[in-house]
Design a protein around this ligand. Structure first.
Ligand code: GDP
Ligand code: MG
Length: 163
């Protein structure tokens, strides 16, 4: 059985784009607009001798994007159960939002190793967001651009010791 890596974060940070990048197939829907409820999607990913099953979540695709309703949280709790690691995706161009911080607090209480992914870093517009991501206290964030395919090898390297 492959180790399982679940992709978590608020809407629109690029979770599904990252999933597609890792899995290499268009298995997950990518939408410009938050608010579309989608199922979890599974696909196998591999690089640098590391293979895992990636899980795309839609846990916070809600009509109140800055809230964290219990049922959404419950759905993500289910996704996290049995996962070997979590990728906590933030939008580095936007920086940390209150919802990012809330998700971070919640994730720190879970018994799963977490890598913070600072996405949308294809230009210097993400630099401040990378610095902010350190303040989550979850280790060095991995800057990447899921859309442009930058930083994927760094992400695998960060995952190697965890799974
Ligand atoms: P999700 O709601 O977290 O699953 O986010 P999506 O993967 O659906 O992406 C939301 C939006 O962000 C889409 O318009 C994507 O094209 C865009 N996006 C995703 N990754 C990147 C990236 O690395 N750079 C930029 N500039 N945009 C991105
Ligand atoms: Mg998505």
């Amino acid at each position: 059985k492959l180790p399982q890596v679940v992709i978590i974060g608020r809407p629109n940070v690029g979770k599904s784009t990252l999933f597609n990048r890792l899995v290499g197939q268009r298995l997950a829907l990518v939408d410009d607009q938050p608010g579309v409820t989608r199922d979890r999607r599974f696909g196998s990913a591999g690089l640098l001798g590391l293979e895992f099953e990636a899980v795309d979540t839609a846990g916070w695709e809600d009509d109140e994007p800055e809230s964290l309703p219990g049922r959404m949280r419950a759905q993500t709790e289910v996704s996290l159960k049995g996962a070997d690691a979590a990728l906590f995706v933030i939008d580095a161009r936007v920086g940390l939002t209150p919802l990012d911080e809330e998700i971070g607090r919640w994730l720190r209480g879970q018994a799963v190793p977490v890598i913070v992914v600072a996405n949308k870093c294809e230009s210097t517009a993400g630099d401040a967001g990378i610095m902010e991501a350190y303040s989550l206290g979850m280790g060095d964030p991995v800057p990447m651009s899921a859309e442009h395919g930058e930083g994927v090898a760094d992400l695998f390297e960060a995952l190697l010791p965890l799974i």
